[in-house]
Design a protein around this ligand. Structure first.
Ligand code: WTA
Length: 695
């Protein structure tokens, strides 16, 4: 077990749906699941000689932390003062209610203040004389393709795009969908929206037409900004064709018209000549911006004006549009970027995440620009053209802070350390991890091989909903334990609760909740405040419920054990089992489907689908492929099941509820540890399923 990904809390998970967490709270950790021997993990002292941490030691952290939670108004106001505010916030600027028993959930930060995040990301630095500093260091899919954009150049492009959007009637509060690969125009489009107070909704370029259509329709986007195509490794993807289909579907389903599609040409993937173009609706990015001035008026917005929506998967229903607001998000992403990456203006930083996910929002588009870093924007994948790409890029730009996901670390680790050793990497100071629990073996490799033992690892736990890092080491400030996200960031009060919402003290394991609002708390679910309350605040009244399980050790360090709901984390991508199940059931030959996660050496978790066919249908390889294709077309290739297991019947309780705990054990070949199955309506299905495994 040691060295693989131990994740006991995944098995807590029969409390699949948050509303059920309340009712079915009787869910206890499965006694048979392995516990990570956290107390045996050797501590890694913090004595890295290569830099002075902003927070010198644990005592300084404790003093700052204490103030941040006792005097949030003062603590965060001091930091906010570093920014430009068109109008300052009120003296008492915070208020929140996290307890559904006391009325509607609401959160407010920097009340009374007016600001603009794009201004603070760009104009502020240009005004301070840093206009010629590189802002984006774009590195294409092919190593020969690269480009540099300075802060002044990015500001100019953002203004031109902002002017164009205004010219077609987009203004404050309007939603704009963005579906693009990792080219500089993607963060530029986001910043242009922010400049005029429009609300961006970035959809990851790996989503299918149907998934994009749902997201366009839900927020009623007026405009879609997309690209002609993208190269991912050696694969060419015709993004515009997918976008066309999505717009058509969104309009059919919702009678909602996307008035304009702006198409940015990615020449090395799909050229203009090969791009389908709808006259009267589509416009090339270049044509749209032609003649637009490189200056644009700033829309000063209230601190609580929505900055963006980002759709994310939960246990139930369709993905939720998580809403983040300007002021609190700005101050929090800045502060976490600064302290967690020990980042100063001018530092060269690289986050490998795509802007389609929250990490690309907070730690690519916004946080590092607020600090004033120069950052790599990477179009490609870590293993193309070879598994040394990351280290070649690190050396090329002299990257100081590198931030990636455990799944990438594991796949590079598998490729072998020779790829790493070919490059000297001596610019590296801090290595970050995000998206899923990092197993101690991968942590060790990252630390000892990639960082040559010179760089602390910041294992950052957070979520789309939290907007920024929540539990994370501060580099070189306190001892690390491989696999632990360690201690809460300023302003964050994490608690571990039992199934009855009792806070557990000291060493404990249970559900991870947050007790008070932090500046980048999600403010609502777009168009559905009820769902926001039901999902996040009703399961454990008085707390924000993260959906994760956690353990706190004797030193107060947190160990995230993984999701306790029906969300699977595949290569750091959140996928709702319900979404995959409905994509499978959409196939006419599929009667029922149940999806669970299973341990996967590279992806962290893989998707394992049990499928019951319609009467008279038979199991064939073709059908297996069709079912996988159905998931690809409803969601996207990244959600395709790794395994399809034919199931004549599913293990259900007498009331008809599928016992996923049993399915998880079968998927992981641990049927000798099924526990009590006496409540199953028909216990014989278990043996049937075991017999059909691999068939
Ligand atoms: C998981 C990504 C353990 C967790 C920023 C969370 C982690 C979900 C870590 C959010 C970490 C993220 N250690 N687990 N350092 N970081 N997770 O919304 O299960 O895409 O709930 O945000 O990823 O995924 P999301």
């Amino acid at each position: 077990m040691w060295g693989s990904i131990s994740n006991p809390a995944r098995d807590i998970a029969t409390a699949a749906l948050p509303d059920k967490v309340v009712a079915a709270a009787a869910v206890a950790p499965d006694a048979t699941s392995p516990q990570p021997p956290v107390d045996l993990v050797p501590h890694v002292p913090s004595n890295y000689p290569h830099f002075t941490p902003f927070v010198e030691n644990v005592d300084q952290y404790k003093a700052m932390y204490q103030r941040s939670i006792e005097d949030p108004d003062g603590f965060w106001a001091d930091i906010a003062s570093e920014f430009h505010w068109h109008k300052k916030w009120d003296e008492k600027h915070t208020s929140w209610n996290f307890d559904v028993r006391n009325g509607p959930i609401h959160v407010e930060w920097f009340k009374g203040g007016l600001t603009n995040i794009a201004y603070n990301c760009l104009d502020r630095h240009v005004a301070a004389g840093r206009g010629d500093q590189p802002c984006f260091l774009w590195e294409g899919n092919e190593p020969k393709d690269s480009a540099v954009m300075t802060y002044s150049q990015v500001l100019g492009e953002v203004c031109r795009m902002a002017n164009y959007l205004r010219s077609i009637g987009v203004g404050k509060g309007d939603a704009v969908s963005i579906y693009m690969p990792m080219v500089c125009e993607l963060p530029i489009a986001m910043l242009a929206c922010a400049r005029i107070g429009a609300v961006h909704s970035v959809v990851f370029g790996g989503f299918s037409a149907e998934a994009l259509a749902g997201r366009i329709a839900d927020c009623k986007a007026k405009v879609l900004i997309t690209s002609s195509g993208v190269m991912r490794g050696s694969k060419k993807i015709d993004l515009k064709a997918i976008a066309d289909k999505a717009v058509e579907m969104a309009e059919l389903n919702d009678e909602h018209l996307v008035s304009t599609v702006v198409v940015q040409e990615v020449k090395h993937a799909v050229t203009r000549e090969h791009t389908h173009f709808v006259q009267g609706r589509d416009v090339w990015w270049e044509d749209a911006l032609r003649g637009q001035p490189t200056e644009a008026e700033v829309e000063w917005v209230e601190a609580d004006h929505p900055l963006f929506l980002l759709y994310t998967s939960g246990s139930t229903g369709k993905p939720k549009g998580v809403v983040h607001c300007t002021g609190g998000y700005m101050v929090y992403t800045f502060t976490t970027t600064k302290y967690v990456f020990n980042m100063a203006p001018g530092d060269v930083y690289w986050c490998t995440a795509d802007c389609g996910w929250i990490t690309g929002h907070s730690y690519l588009t916004y946080g590092p620009l607020l600090v004033g870093a120069s950052q790599v924007v990477f179009e490609g994948v870590p293993t193309y053209p070879a598994a040394d790409r990351c280290w070649q890029v690190v050396d090329k730009y002299k990257v100081k802070q590198f931030y990636t996901a455990p799944t990438a670390i594991r796949s590079l680790m598998r490729a072998g350390e020779l790829y790493v050793k070919e490059h000297n990497r001596d610019s590296l100071r801090i290595l970050g991890s995000v998206g899923e629990p990092i197993n101690p073996e991968a942590w060790r490799w990252y630390h000892d091989v990639v960082g040559d033992g010179r760089c602390p690892i910041v294992d950052t736990w957070w979520q789309t909903e939290t907007g920024g890092h929540m539990i994370t080491p501060l580099p070189n400030t306190w001892q690390q334990k491989p696999g632990s996200a360690t201690l809460p960031f300023f302003g964050v009060v994490p608690v571990i609760v039992d199934d009855k919402a009792n806070e557990l003290q000291g060493e404990a394991e249970g559900m991870l909740c947050i007790k008070q609002a932090w500046p980048s708390t999600l403010r609502t679910v777009y168009g559905d405040h009820d769902r926001y309350e039901t999902n996040y605040f009703k399961p454990f009244p008085g707390y924000y419920f993260s959906g994760d399980g956690a353990r706190r050790d004797k030193d107060g360090y947190f160990w995230i054990t993984g999701r306790v709901d029906d969300v699977i984390n595949v290569s750091g991508h959140r996928i709702g089992t319900a979404e995959v199940e409905s994509a499978l059931v959409a196939h006419p030959k599929c009667a029922e489907a149940a999806v669970v996660g299973f341990e996967h050496a590279i992806k962290g978790q893989g998707i394992y689908a049990f499928v019951t066919l319609m009467e008279g249908e038979s199991y064939t390889e073709d059908l297996r492929r069709e079912l996988i294709a159905s998931v690809r077309s409803h969601i996207g290739a990244f959600a395709a099941p790794d395994a399809i297991h034919w199931a004549p019947g599913l293990p259900k309780t007498r009331s008809g509820k599928i016992m996923r705990r049993v399915l998880r054990k079968i998927a992981s070949k641990e049927e000798d540890q099924l526990g009590d199955i006496s409540t199953l309506a028909d216990p014989s299905v278990v043996q049937q399923l075991v017999d059909l495994r691999g068939k």
